[in-house]
Design a binder for this molecule. Structure first.
Ligand code: TXA
Ligand code: MG
Length: 356
């Protein structure tokens, strides 16, 4: 398959390119597009054939449901039961934006592949002019997982999408770099409690601020795949899979004493070098000068956690580009957007955590 590429400016409304891409979606094709979080791989969420093509292109397990993207709040009524008041308050506060809400799905309105057999669907309205214009022009709900091969870091640039999916998808709208850099926060309101199923672009503190009277339970409080007691199924099925991982082995080092953490990282790098590995360090601008490795991925500034989120996936991908076989990564503070960053780093490390 040839992947058609359209280049558009984030500020432009509906240039001819978007009309063409929308028409491909309506015909059952797969089209990657930018959102404010990461690039998504879109398909008409009503068409089983189109949605099957998304799963095939990504190599995604069929038990992992897709998020449905809409351009207008009125589209939500067609897809789900009316949201409870607490959820409505979240939508008022964060839509369009990096928040996905899981709601009971109406029967017969979406391909059953989208929800992977669940009785709920995750819905989100992205805050990106190109995404909104494309979804509106397509005139259908657009199922869109992140546009990476399953297990790889999510794409924040069109070039990442082409690396992973070039030749496997119908088209890509290149709208420049995604803004937030990591995926939406996935939440479900149940039994008077807001559960964060996947931490992301909207922080726990931001959610709590909008719902001061509702307990907001974070993924770290037991819903994250790593901390889940077996055999309970994670509430967001995708969280149980290895994810965001570079090809090399990655060790994530965390601890109270920054100097001790840095020393341990360098020791891990030196030992790996001795074994004949090609080494990489994942660190931040403030600390980059402390390390010696074959490749350094300097992922934003500790003093500006949003910059860490923005650069995270390109930094993880850079290890593969540099042929790195062993990575030592420095943890960042597990607060605010850092909670989502640490969630992705823990997954990228596949459970190789060193706490010192
Ligand atoms: O920012 C984002 O959310 C991006 C952009 C493209 O919108 N999309 C994205 O999709 O990250 P994906 O498929 O890579 O991740 C969707 C996550 C998975 O962990 C999935 O299991 C969970 O959302 N999810 C989807 N529907 C769900 C449902 N009905 N119940 C629980 N979890 C659900
Ligand atoms: Mg994904």
């Amino acid at each position: 398959m040839t992947t058609k590429a359209w280049k558009v400016k984030a500020e432009e409304a509906v240039p001819a390119a978007l009309a063409e891409a929308a028409s491909l979606l309506r015909k059952g094709g797969t089209v990657a597009f930018p959102t404010e979080t990461v690039y998504g791989l879109g398909a008409d969420a009503r068409s089983t054939e189109a949605v099957a093509a998304v799963f095939a292109a990504k190599g995604r397990p069929s038990d992992n449901p897709l998020i449905v993207h809409i351009a207008d709040r009125s589209q939500l009524e067609e897809l789900t039961a009316p949201p409870e008041e607490a959820v409505s308050r979240l939508l008022d506060a964060f839509w369009p934006g990096p928040l996905t809400v899981v709601l009971p799905v109406k029967s017969g309105v979406l391909s059953p592949l989208v929800t992977a057999g669940l009785s709920t669907v995750g819905v989100r309205m992205p805050d990106h002019p190109v995404a909104l214009a494309l979804i509106a022009a397509a005139g259908c709900p657009v199922a869109a997982p992140s546009a990476n091969r399953s297990g790889r870091p999510s794409p924040t640039r069109a070039s990442h999408v082409l690396e992973d999916l070039g030749g496997r998808i119908g088209g890509i709208v290149d709208g420049g770099e995604a803004g937030v850099g990591l995926e939406s926060t996935v939440v479900e309101y149940a039994g008077g409690v807001l559960h964060i199923l996947r931490p992301g672009g909207v922080t726990q503190a931001q959610l709590q601020e909008v719902l001061p009277d509702v307990p907001v339970v974070g993924a770290s409080a037991g819903l994250d795949a790593e901390s889940l007691p077996e055999p309970e199924t994670p509430r967001a099925p995708g969280m149980k899979y290895a994810h965001y991982a570079p090809k090399g082995t990655m060790v994530l080092v965390q601890g109270e004493d920054p100097a001790a953490v840095r020393e341990r990282i360098q020791r891990e790098l030196d030992a790996a070098k001795q074994r004949g590995e090609r080494t990489g360090v994942f660190t931040y601008e403030e600390h980059a000068r402390h390390f010696e490795a074959d490749h350094a991925a300097v992922c934003g500034r500790l003093g500006d956690p949003d910059s860490i989120a923005r650069k995270l996936y390109a930094a993880l991908r850079s290890f593969d580009e540099a042929g790195v076989t062993f990575i030592a990564a420095e943890a960042c503070p597990d607060e605010g957007i850092g909670q989502a960053v640490m969630n992705r780093l823990r997954k990228a490390a596949g459970g190789h955590l060193l706490t010192i």
